[in-house]
Design a protein around this ligand. Structure first.
Ligand SMILES: Cc1cc2nc3c(=O)[nH]c(=O)nc-3n(C[C@H](O)[C@H](O)[C@H](O)COP(=O)(O)OP(=O)(O)OC[C@H]3O[C@@H](n4cnc5c(N)ncnc54)[C@H](O)[C@@H]3O)c2cc1C
Length: 481
């Protein structure tokens, strides 16, 4: 029997629980924040069943939410996807977008070969109007790398393309058209945030086979050992690792390959606010413009009542929405609501992390927190006088695996090479493929990898992202139906 040693996710190296990037933190005041907006869209019945087994099925365990998603630009909400809703823009922007779309449709019919990079893909599919107004600025904010340095093989269901006839008809009919994409309806745990799912899954597994709070510092592929910072050495036959691939490769002397992989870091910033939420049923919102540092904001209190403290919990105001001193520091009851923001960082897009003091009892925070407050007011998410009762900030070094131009060349060499040495590097950063880096994908990468080790079966998610992302195909492959 093969001994498989799995390096899998502890929340931080020192954290005593499962979760990884899909964990949930709780502020001292009792507000929950995920590591950015985590929305479940499952491509596998296997994944759905696991979630039901981990948390239980039904409305006690899960809220079912309708995606209500908008783009904030030109001082207004434009329904998502942007490209189907240009009728909401000022007339001059509508003209630029529509003429660009027609231009793209015409030039695309005569274009030779595949687009060489993401920027060319954007121009071919959407034209220069939508490119300049939304796609280029928004994608730079998300990926923290210019679009001409990204490849376009990862696209598919991840970026809404354009039906030109529908876009023109929507403008003429002045119609809002929000129904697109794989996550129009999604579910979220009623309690404990996204992290509750993975703590639930960990409970299903034998406790004596799990270790948390320990940091791996090296792998010896020849001796087949893994060494922890405590000095403890584990022996393995086969190693499954979710450690970032660039780190594993550097440890194993493949620095050149490691350098060919790029990632961006993520800052997650959260605010707990006293009062009634002014944003209706909005879920997540996109921000392409330069009036705020974040590319996305989630109205996290809308996902589950228990993402905020109880209405009758008494909390003092830490500072006002503009970061200034509150009227009083007296503890008062709620209700409460919360916003969760994501800001990307890379060498192309550095983030000022100087420490700044906010007003009242809010204390000292990284500059990006203050910039987020200012941005939230600029984009009308918050008001200057709002009572901020909780502040959260966490920086994640490996946030997004970048689909960079050189990525596939490295992956095609590195993953088989590691496998020859009995190391299966899998998961969001283990296999570095953004197109299969969500929770359902990461889980199936693990399931298929273990099947591969034990039975020699093919790892379909890793090899064929496009096929597994076509939901029907995924169901056919993995269910008896
Ligand atoms: C901003 C953001 C938004 C996201 N949105 C969604 C979404 O909407 N829907 C969705 O399904 N998924 C989403 N995800 C992805 C989801 O978080 C991942 O799919 C999932 O967490 C991947 O799990 P994993 O086990 O592959 O890797 P990870 O969660 O990255 O786990 C790897 C673990 O290894 C640990 N580690 C690293 N180095 C060491 C070491 N030397 N020693 C010990 N441990 C180490 C890390 O601390 C980490 O805990 C999002 C992720 C981010 C960052």
């Amino acid at each position: 029997m093969t001994a498989i040693f799995t390096l899998f996710s502890s929340k931080r190296h020192e954290a005593p629980e499962a979760g990884g990037l899909a964990c949930t933190d709780v502020t001292p005041e009792g507000f929950l924040f995920d590591m950015g907006g985590h929305v479940i869209f499952s491509h596998w019945e296997y994944f759905d069943q696991l979630l039901d087994t981990a948390l239980g099925g039904g409305p006690d365990a899960w809220n079912t939410l309708q995606r209500v998603s908008y783009v904030w630009m030109r001082d207004r909400w434009v329904a998502y996807p942007f490209q189907n809703n240009i009728s909401a823009l000022p007339k001059e922007d509508q003209i630029k977008c529509l003429t660009g779309l027609v231009e793209a449709k015409v030039s695309n019919t005569v274009a030779q070969g595949r687009p060489k990079n993401f920027d060319e893909w954007i121009l071919r599919v959407m034209g220069p109007g939508i490119a300049d107004l939304f796609m280029r600025p928004y994608n730079f904010k998300v990926w923290a790398i210019p679009t001409n340095l990204m490849q376009c093989n990862w696209l598919g269901e991840r970026v809404a393309t354009v039906d030109v006839d529908r876009a023109i008809a929507n403008v003429i009919n002045n119609k809002e058209d929000a129904g697109w994409g794989p996550n129009a309806v999604f579910r979220f745990p009623t309690s404990g945030g996204t992290g509750a799912i993975w703590k639930g899954v960990a409970k299903l597994l034998p406790a004596e086979r799990q270790r948390y709070g320990q940091k791996v510092v090296s792998i010896d592929k020849d001796a087949k050992t893994v060494t922890l910072d405590s000095g403890h050495v584990y022996q393995y036959d086969s190693l499954v690792s979710t450690l970032p691939l660039d780190i594993t490769l550097s440890w194993l002397g493949k620095e050149e390959w490691a350098k060919g992989l790029q990632h961006s870091s993520s800052h997650i910033i959260g605010f707990g606010i006293r009062g009634e939420c002014p944003h209706g049923t909005k879920c997540w919102l996109y921000f392409p413009e330069s009036n705020c540092p974040f590319y996305r904001c989630t109205v996290f209190s809308n996902y589950a009542k228990l993402n905020c403290p109880a209405d009758d919990a008494k909390l003092p105001t830490l500072c006002k929405g503009d970061g200034s001193d509150p009227e009083s520091g007296e503890a008062k009851a709620g209700p409460y609501w919360s916003l969760m923001f994501e800001v990307s960082e890379s060498n192309y897009k550095p983030i000022n992390q100087e420490q700044v003091k906010l007003g009242g009892a809010a204390g000292t925070w990284s500059d990006v927190v203050r910039d987020t407050l200012v941005g939230a007011i600029n984009t009308q998410l918050m008001q200057a006088g709002d009572e901020v009762v909780s502040i959260y900030h966490r920086r994640i070094e490996h946030g997004y695996p970048t689909p960079s131009l050189g990525r596939d060349e490295v992956l095609d060499k590195a993953l088989p090479w590691l496998q020859q040495h009995n190391i299966w590097s899998r998961g969001r950063f283990g296999s570095y493929k953004y197109e299969v880096a969500n929770q359902d994908h990461s889980l199936m990468l693990g399931v298929e990898c273990v099947d591969n080790i034990l039975y020699g079966t093919k790892e379909l998610t890793l090899a064929f992202p496009d096929i597994v992302n076509a939901k029907k195909n995924a169901e056919l492959l993995y269910t008896k139906k």
